[in-house]
Design a protein around this ligand. Structure first.
Ligand SMILES: [Zn+2]
Ligand SMILES: [Zn+2]
Length: 206
């Protein structure tokens, strides 16, 4: 019985150990099973490859330690080239995989499934401040969402003689029928929750 071991360049290694036959990386890629899972691709290298399962996001990063250098990314590229099903685009602010580095401080991150949800995606913590920087990042995403789409219900106005929903806000000269409701006002008026707390936190986990 022979054992083949191959390694891939920095930063870390993917270990290929086939008990029955030597196997090159090219062969490993050929044998990889790729499927769509939610908003990303799941790559199964099979027994003998450690780690066996890889999760590749649409931004061509893998959730394993190899991040952008993982061969699983090539397996996904080959799968798509062969006409494989494409993963759907995630909603804004959804973490398909954990970020390789904390967006707040740059420290390495770790998956924390207690923070995961069907709306926010994968939860993670950073090595410097744990979940604090995760929630700071969620706050940044929420503020950006509010900036891009501030209205929960847009104002209803008569503008130039026409009834319309004023997604661009009330303009000078508008006859206002309904002043609208801003998403930020709903979030900040929840008792006991400071601005920046996430309303989607109330959605039950899947
Ligand atoms: Zn990987
Ligand atoms: Zn951090």
């Amino acid at each position: 019985m022979t054992t083949a071991t191959a390694t891939i360049a920095a930063p870390k290694t993917l270990i290929i150990q086939r008990a029955t036959q030597p196997q090159s990386i090219a062969e490993t890629l050929e044998l990889a099973k790729v499927s769509v899972t939610g908003y990303h691709y799941r790559v199964d290298f099979g027994l003998g490859v450690i780690p066996r399962i890889h999760h590749v996001a649409k931004d061509k990063t893998c959730s394993c330690d190899l991040v952008k250098n993982c061969p699983a990314i090539h397996a996904v590229a080959a799968y798509l080239k062969a006409g494989g099903e494409r993963a759907a685009d995630p909603p804004p602010g959804y973490f398909v995989t954990k970020p390789a580095r904390c967006p707040q401080c740059g420290a390495p991150t770790h998956v924390d499934t207690r923070l995961s949800s069907s709306i926010r995606g994968i939860g993670w913590t950073c090595e410097k401040l744990g979940s604090v920087h995760y929630w700071n990042t969620r706050g940044d995403i929420l503020r950006e969402n509010f900036r891009v789409q501030p209205w929960l219900f847009p104002p209803a106005v008569i503008r130039n003689g026409q009834y319309m929903k004023a997604w661009d806000g009330i303009q000078p000269g508008d006859k206002v029928l309904y002043e609208g409701l801003r998403r930020m006002d709903v979030a900040s008026s929840m008792d006991g929750f400071a601005y920046g707390y996430l309303p989607e936190n109330f959605v039950p986990l899947e």
